[in-house]
Ligand binder design. Structure first.
Ligand code: ATP
Ligand code: MG
Length: 464
């Protein structure tokens, strides 16, 4: 590697991380920056957290850093990790280690501390993640990670089958890094990936959830579905029936899998790569229940009655199993449920959509309404060519939604110009469920545009 690049990395290494490395080395130990920071800095993206690996045993690391005035938390001492906090920034600092046997294919049975940093690099998953950097000694890259990074290749360190056999989660990590770096997977690594994908069923579900969430967060789930479907379906078995499922419908030119890949790509396109995590999960799962809801009419045409409701149930189940955060999961399930909800570019239709979103996901309707329109737009362009017109229609709906929100859209009882006390007084009724019913009726009237959201008009309506 060129000295220029090493000089750039040395300049870009944050001062707080440098302090940790320097303190350890001043005490006679060896310390390197490893993993994600090195990889991303080589790519010109130096914002990654800094992890440090050191020859010092963790007790010694803690002692040396504290003596240098650095705050230390004993966060993972069983694996040799302590967290140093400098200027409010955390640096995970781990003793050189290798992993023992993985008899449950999940957790190493033991970690063994070693003295050579090269052994520590050799236990890491991919060549691009197995580089170490020191501001004076430069880059340590025993497996050709820098070359693979430049060529955008994900390659297992060592023998791929053995490495995926030790920890099947690496199968999903390979896909995540390929998506993130826009990389290809080296052929022997790819072959092992497919062979070992079924072993994902022995991996803790929340670890799978984290990696799946990570794959979606790259905005390249479409690539993963098209190129690594065996892995995706091993991680989320509910996806499996989508492949090759012929929709036998004039509205669909593609099978459910290719359609879903197009919708995943579409939501990124329409949001400039900034889709919310909820929208990304919804794109992945919006048609997940189509195969189970399929029926054929007398003309041989396929229908999917009830697939949004069934899909929302499946989406909730999948995301709960994978421990996806509740707010993301609720929002994604609401989008799946409503992805076929009929809307027009009119104010009452926009209010009905907001009210439906409010019902599924209280307090989120405003934000989710835009996500729902982006999902519908992507869904339309991913169908057959004759559905493109609807995508144009959706632009008018987005404008209608903006106009409606700017005009102070009414979709909750709380948005009305009158409240329960007004109902009790004007109607002369007792407090109780009747008050709510009157307000619900008033809300429906205002939402349909039959009454303005104006206090005098609504008081008059109550008196009438
Ligand atoms: P990210 O930005 O996604 O966090 P990262 O490189 O920091 O990227 P982590 O999952 O935080 O990835 O792991 C840190 C480093 O630890 C990786 O770069 C890799 O060297 C190593 N590593 C993590 N998980 C595994 C694993 N399951 N098997 C082998 N090595 C791993
Ligand atoms: Mg990390």
């Amino acid at each position: 590697m060129s000295g220029d690049i090493e000089a750039r990395l040395a300049r870009e290494l944050p001062g707080y991380a440098r302090r940790v490395v320097d303190a350890l080395e001043a005490a006679g130990h060896e310390a390197w920056v490893v993993g994600g920071w090195v990889r991303d800095a080589l790519l010109g993206r130096p914002g990654h957290d800094v992890d440090v690996t050191t020859s010092a045993p963790w007790q010694e690391t803690a002692r040396v850093l504290r003596a240098a005035g650095i705050e230390v938390h004993e966060t993972g001492t069983a694996h040799g990790t302590v967290t140093a906090v400098v200027d409010g920034r955390s640096v995970e600092t781990t003793t050189y280690r290798v992993e023992g046997a993985y008899s449950d294919r999940r957790h190493p049975d033991e970690v063994r501390f070693v003295t050579d940093v090269r052994e520590d690099l050799a236990r890491r998953d991919f060549t691009v993640n197995a580089m170490a950097f020191h501001p004076e000694r430069g880059l340590l890259d025993p497996f050709g990670g820098e070359k693979d990074l430049a060529a955008r290749v994900i390659r297992a360190v060592g023998e791929p089958r053995r490495r995926f056999g030790e920890d099947a989660l690496r199968v999903l990590r390979a896909v995540r890094f390929a998506c993130r770096l826009d990389a290809a997977i080296e052929p022997a690594t790819q072959e092992a990936l497919v062979a070992c994908a079924p072993e994902l069923d022995q991996i803790a579900r929340e670890r799978i959830g984290q990696e799946m969430d990570g794959i979606l967060a790259t905005g390249r789930a479409a690539w993963a579905l098209r190129h690594e479907f065996a892995v995706m379906a091993a991680a989320v078995p509910e996806l499996a029936p989508m492949a090759g499922f012929d929709q036998r419908s004039p509205y669909h030119a593609h099978d459910v899998l290719e359609h879903t890949a197009r919708v995943c790509a579409g939501v990124e396109e329409f949001t400039g790569g900034g889709a919310s995590q909820a929208l990304r999960w919804a794109a992945l799962l919006h048609d997940v229940a189509k195969p189970e809801c399929w029926s054929e009419d007398v003309s041989g045409r396929g229908h999917f009655f009830g697939h949004p409701e069934a899909g929302a149930r499946t989406a909730r189940r999948v995301m709960a199993r994978l421990a996806i955060p509740g707010d993301v999961a609720r929002a994604a399930a609401a989008l799946v449920l409503l992805h076929d909800f009929e809307i027009q570019a009119t104010a009452p239709s926009m209010r009905r959509m907001l009210a439906e979103l409010e019902r599924s996901c209280p307090g989120q309707a405003r934000r989710l309404a835009f996500d729902l329109l982006d999902l519908k737009r992507s869904d339309a362009v991913a169908k057959a060519p004759q559905c493109m017109g609807y995508a144009v229609e959706l632009d008018r709906m987005t404008r209608a939604l903006r106009a409606e929100l700017a005009a102070g859209a009414v979709w909750r009882v709380g948005d009305l110009a009158v409240g329960g006390a007004d109902v009790i007084r004007e109607r002369g009724i007792e407090p109780g469920p009747g008050v709510g019913m009157v307000l619900a009726q008033l809300l429906a009237t205002v939402m349909e545009g039959e009454l303005p959201n104006d206090r005098d008009a609504q008081l008059a309506w109550l008196r009438w």
